[in-house]
Design a protein. Sequence first.
Length: 135
Amino acid sequence: MSFLKRKLRQFKEYDDIAEIGEIARRYFVMNAFDGILTIIGVLTGSYVAHVALVDGLAPFLSALVALLPFFFSASLGDIYLSYYLSLGIALLSLFGLGAFLGMVSRGNFALWGLKMIGAGLLSIVLGYLLGGLEG
């Protein structure tokens, strides 16, 4: 009898005694389960990381755009001009965001833009009024 046949017969005998096939099937299922859960964790983490990146970059970049006049305030010569330009850029940005939402929702982009400007102006007024209550 060849060496390979002896080893196969010996393996079959061990399999019958220890029920290796049943144990192997259980381990296969458990390891497959672990692998699937690992991949679900990786996919979820990747999705959350992308959402967190967008969620963090959007306000940072929009604030940076609104504050651009202050980076050039020395060239502008008047700090109040930087404030007014910054406010104008912020309100134009709000209009642009509103117009984008209007186009996405298939509504009137100008109306949505004006609503966003209104929300910004209302925030300014409320902030001014609530700030006046402190002092």
